[in-house]
Design a protein around this ligand. Structure first.
Ligand SMILES: Nc1nc2c(ncn2[C@@H]2O[C@H](COP(=O)(O)OP(=O)(O)OP(=O)(O)O)[C@@H](O)[C@H]2O)c(=O)[nH]1
Ligand SMILES: [Mg+2]
Length: 562
């Protein structure tokens, strides 16, 4: 039988197969079929092999392991067998465990595992095969040779033996406790069956034998305290007291962790060493606050805008506003640029008042180099500013012809000087932006140079609208262009854009800040305009101002020169 066992149990899979042959197969398979599909999916090659041998569809895990004393075929399951497995599986496992207990072999405590002992002689699985083998190689290979020492019992025999069993749950919990007892007994080596610490059962881990101990053993000496070996110290003694050679107990000093003087990681220590400078007087605090340089934000918040500017912002609903404010003022928020309208114009949008801006906006030319600039007799108004400031959007908003000048949220879309005629009087010029843009450095430098050339030398250029993002204000690149226009005596007007993203008060502060910065500039045209192409706020005012450029009134009226 030993040979039979070793052959059959050469792998854990075969061990499982053997278990099935011996009467547990149908139970195991049936119970595992009841498991969910996820469990069944986990079946690896093992199931295929079993299927080939039995023609059945057993669900056995692909995880198969073994130890010194056990071959383990881990049965796939949704969790630990003692908590989540179906009742039928409990039944099978429980009966196996019960039989292990009966045979005096401690069944393992692992979860979801069917463990089979390596040595079949002491195995509890002594049942008779419930079904014949189908194609499991030569049958004779697995037949026990000679007279079996095992007392085979049929399923019915086993059942009748365990006829008066307690209910399943109790039986199982009882089995669990007895498993634990068995384990502890085996660990002590005095199992009631006398099989504890045998080769076939659990072994305690081997103790390491040092060469000195081995030589002493060979010399027939006993190893122990009397021989001068150090006695095993209890945990307490090890940490606090330790006997010296004379048997006296010396108190060991506990190691104390002290910070090194140069260790700056010991922050608490450093803090405690900080000299006490005392509470400063309020006068000193005030003086220090006055002397300390203000941050850019703090400086900005200190700006006090004029009342006139605040009134203008309020009247034109400039700045960040809620929809309800637009509604209350009679504007329809569902329209494009709703504030570029007359309040309470229910049926249709009020037409643009300036005739010139009612004309069709037509793209006529794009210039990438100075020589390709078109020669026209039309009055030109150019829109300059940093990339993405909203130049192209403003051209569309002024003419209400959205989509003619192409816009993008990516800086650097306009890379050439684009000319748009507006009727026969006016030409709006969309300049490429400067500053950050998604373009090659060389190309950017080229178009910046072109803008400077155009602004400084164009005879028909009557006004440059320098667009400044209301959120960021003037930047060094803007100031560069301002200097150029000052030196070339080109008239320019500052237009704050994207005013809808800023609170009204901050917008007023920004306008004041810019006016303060540019108060000595000669070519600056007043007033500073604030617009939002998105909400349409301020656009009618800008239109009116630019229309005066076309009609030539601006110079006559001196309305906007400094
Ligand atoms: N919130 C808000 N967004 C705006 C306003 N004007 C333009 N934008 C947005 O800003 C982005 C850039 O607009 P453009 O008109 O393409 O800017 P640009 O100055 O022509 O940019 P470049 O051609 O790259 O120089 C777009 O996504 C616009 O929708 C505005 O008044 N308010
Ligand atoms: Mg553009």
């Amino acid at each position: 039988m030993q040979g039979y066992t070793s052959r059959v149990c050469s792998s854990a899979l075969q061990c499982l197969i053997t278990a099935c042959e011996l009467g547990e197969a149908s139970n195991v398979i049936r119970s595992l079929r009841a498991c969910n599909s996820r469990v069944r999916e986990r079946v690896g090659r093992a199931s295929g092999i079993l299927e080939r041998h039995w023609g059945a569809d057993p669900v056995v895990s692909s995880k198969i392991g073994s130890s010194n004393s056990w071959h383990a075929g881990i049965i796939a399951g949704p969790g630990n067998w003692h908590s989540n497995f179906p009742v039928s599986y409990y039944d099978t496992t429980g009966s196996i465990i019960q039989r292990c207990i009966d045979s005096g072999i401690p069944p393992p405590l692992g979860g979801g595992s069917l463990f089979l002992p390596r040595t079949f002689a002491s195995s509890p699985f002594n049942g008779v095969a419930s079904r014949p083998q189908k194609s499991f190689g030569s049958r004779s290979r697995f037949k026990p040779e000679g007279k079996s020492r095992l007392k085979l019992q049929s399923k019915s025999q086993f059942k009748s033996k365990n006829a008066e069993e307690p209910p399943r749950s109790k039986r199982f919990s009882g089995a669990l406790s007895s498993i634990k007892d068995l384990h502890s007994e085996h660990a002590r080596g005095n199992s009631k069956t006398g099989k504890g610490r045998s080769k076939t059962t659990l072994r305690s881990p081997r103790k390491r034998v040092t060469p000195s101990v081995r030589s002493a053993r060979q010399a027939g000496q006993t190893i122990g305290i009397e021989q001068g070996a150090k006695p095993r110290l209890s945990r307490k003694l090890k940490t606090e007291e330790r006997p010296n050679d004379d048997g006296e107990r010396i108190k060991r000093r506990r190691k104390r962790i002290r910070p090194r003087p140069n260790d700056i990681t010991f922050k608490r220590g450093l803090n405690s060493c900080t000299p006490d400078i005392g509470v400063p007087s309020p006068v000193a605090v005030q003086k220090a606050a006055q002397e300390a340089p203000l941050s850019t934000n703090a400086k900005f918040r200190q700006i006090e805008p004029s009342r006139e500017l605040l009134r203008q912002i309020e009247e034109n609903l400039l700045g960040r506003r809620r929809l309800v404010e637009w509604r209350r003022s009679g504007f329809d928020p569902t329209r494009t640029a709703p504030l570029d309208d007359v309040p309470e114009s229910k049926d249709r949008r009020a037409p643009i008042q300036e005739t010139v801006f009612r004309q069709k906006l037509t793209f006529i030319a794009a210039a990438k180099i100075a020589s390709s600039l078109p020669t026209t007799q039309l009055t030109e108004i150019a829109f300059a500013g940093r990339s993405n400031v909203g130049k192209s959007s403003l051209i569309n908003a002024l003419t209400r012809q959205w989509g003619v000048a192409r816009t993008s949220d990516k800086p650097g879309l306009t890379q050439s000087i684009n000319f748009f005629t507006l009727g026969t009087q006016l030409c709006l010029v969309d300049l490429p932006g400067y500053g950050f843009a998604y373009a090659k450095v060389q190309i950017k430098e080229d178009w910046e140079q072109l803008v400077k050339e155009y602004v400084a030398s164009r005879p028909n250029l009557k006004r440059v609208c320098l667009l400044v993002d209301a959120k960021w204000g003037l930047k060094p690149r803007d100031e560069e262009l301002l200097q150029l226009m000052e030196s070339s005596r080109t008239r320019y007007q500052i237009i704050l854009t994207k005013t809808d993203v800023l609170p009204p008060l901050d917008l007023a502060r920004r306008a004041t800040q810019i006016l303060q910065t540019l108060k000595n500039h000669k070519c600056l045209v007043q007033p500073l305009m604030m617009v939002s192409s998105k909400s349409g706020a301020g656009v009618p005012h800008l239109r009116a101002s630019l229309a005066r450029v076309v009609s030539g009134q601006s110079r006559v009226l001196q309305e906007d020169s400094v």
